[in-house]
Design a binder for this molecule. Sequence first.
Ligand code: NAD
Length: 496
Amino acid sequence: MTRQLQHHIGGREQPGNSARYGDVFDPASGQVSARVPLAGADDVQAAVAAAQAAFPDWAATPPLQRARVMFRLRSLIERDADALARTITSEHGKTLADARGEVTRGLEVVEFASGIPHLLKGEYSAQVGRGVDSWSERAPLGVVAGVTPFNFPVMVPLWMAPVALACGNSFVLKPSEKVPSAALHLAALLQEAGLPDGVFNVVHGGREAVDALLDDARVQALSFVGSTPVARYLYERGSAGGKRVQALGGAKNHAVVLADADIGLAAEALLGAGYGSAGERCMAISVAVCVGDAPADALVAALADKVAALRIGPGIEDLDMGPLVDAAHRDRVRGYIDLGVAEGAELVVDGRAHACTRGDGFFLGGSLFDRVTPAMRIHREEIFGPVLCVVRVPDFEAALALVDGHEYGNGTAVFTRSGGAAREFARQVQAGMVGINVPIPVPMAFHSFGGWKRSLFGPLHMHGPDGVRFYTRLKTMTARWPEGAAGAEFTMPTMR
Ligand code: NAD
């Protein structure tokens, strides 16, 4: 029977008022597995009202007690890790092992947020003037919201919520309507961990729900992860309304393979980074930039058989790659393979022809293009599927210029045996996250995650120190305890 999902508002699951629903699919079978309510403005307002009501008491709760909720959440996520991973696989399609990895990366942010008393410690300066002391502290913002994409149903909400909550904010999450169940599981775990009702709420839906969050003056800040056009829309509209916004957008991540690289190691790394999670990762490598024709020939030869031999099937079978998230996205990715052929790139492996495409699931084989040029749309645009493009360049400078010339600047990687070349690449390249012989350089939870250029709108990255900065505002006090009247001072106070 098709499951009927609900919103999680004020500590209770409720259907909402909109009477509109969306279908949730099992990508491996192509069948509808659940129906998700699509919130209207009043459902979102109810969630914001619940968060607003819960905020003052939660903000006044000592950070150590808020941290204890995070410690309990950590244990509960560990307890339910397998169930969470199965939910991810059943709605997103990625392999179970990959989904378990996603849960672990989310868990690490909960661990980071458990150190919140230390992270919120302010700064103190004694005797800034005679008899005057000054200190600063970080205060929570109030109600903050998160809007998340389909490709990490657990990890991306956990990039945001643990830090926001530990800082003393209340939270409204609007997860992707394609993968709604994991967010409800997280809401139940937070409740079990002792989070007071209303501090964390989940409303499902699409653009109408997001617009209601943007329009609600009670929402102080918005964190977004998704595609660049939507990131930009949220950033501009949210900022115009006076909200603090961090909006992470799309990506096209290049791996530069220098002539001295170990081609065998680079090929293995690119295989995982290009085709893992069917390429539906914002840090997936989608372009290999090869310096020199001989290394490019060797790399394409090393990759071709491996790409053709990728083991593809339902995520639950834990092969190399599962299906794409839905039929529309599968068709869009397939359209890019048609386009690459029309643009004149050399299609070395054609995923359209793979045996996995015969059933009803949203499958597509891995594809490999060689002799892609920078001007082709398959290079300029984000495909977000199992398609790797090889671009050939003559030297290091051309490789760097190619990466820097792209509109996205999320992650990048360099493969080389030369420390000097790697250092120069890392120093000069215009991207937010750089791997040196590491294909997917996702920062750990105690660092911050974010791209450059059109991969991020707003100044602050997610989780780590930037996460704490984003979810708090600074207040600086200056105090004197005078013994007697000091008299009026009409000049600018200088503390001399
Ligand atoms: P998306 O932009 O379509 O959707 C993201 C969220 O925005 C969803 O919750 C969706 O309901 C909502 N949304 C969609 N259209 C909207 C609109 N017009 N107005 C308001 N809200 C809208 O992205 P997606 O397809 O779910 O996810 C894939 C994209 O996310 C890719 O571009 C990928 O690169 C990006 N991504 C980026 C990062 C990063 O860290 N930079 C991480 C993961 C995914």
